[in-house]
Unconditional design. Structure first.
Length: 164
């Protein structure tokens, strides 16, 4: 008697799955950016520049009006996985207050050994603390005194940190 044989073949393929869990990035503001006290002349607009090192300078018709000890760069600390690329992105809101808004531009960073740069990709050093501190400076555009009203103005710079 001839029979029929049924052969069933099950193929199972295994694939290894790997995933590294990374530490959450924590970005904390430690000091606020402060452009200081300044006065525009009645003819020329200009800028107030705060470097990431905290140095203040002026262009155009803007002069210092007693900024010693007041102007400063913003300070931040960031924690996360060491030796993993992190990118900082920034956006600024105009300073608003007593008169027309003043725009913030040219945001610069001082991260580790890299000073006064617009480079925003870096690594947290491999240390026990996995914390990196850095500072941020920017440029503020100011109208002439015929347009820019005296008074206090506030605004902000928003930083976001992400792993690449």
């Amino acid at each position: 008697m001839l029979g029929t044989a049924v052969v069933s073949l099950n193929v199972v393929a295994l694939s290894q799955v790997a995933h590294a869990v990374t530490a959450t990035i924590t970005l904390t503001a430690t000091t606020n950016l402060h452009f200081g006290r300044f006065a525009p002349d009645n003819v020329s607009a200009g800028t107030v520049v705060i470097s990431p090192a905290g140095a203040q300078s002026f262009t155009g018709g803007i002069v210092d009006a007693g900024s010693a000890g007041i102007s400063q760069a913003a300070g931040f600390s960031i924690t996360g996985d060491p030796s993993v690329d992190i990118q900082i992105t920034s956006s600024a809101t105009a300073l608003s207050g007593a008169g027309p808004n003043m725009n913030i531009s040219t945001i610069k960073y001082s991260i580790g050994p890299t000073a006064d740069t617009d480079t925003t990709t870096f690594q947290i050093p491999t240390t026990a603390t996995t914390t990196l501190t850095f500072s941020v400076g920017a440029t503020l555009s100011v109208a002439n005194s015929a347009t820019q009203t005296n008074g206090a103005y506030t605004g902000g710079i928003t930083l976001t940190a992400n792993y690449l």
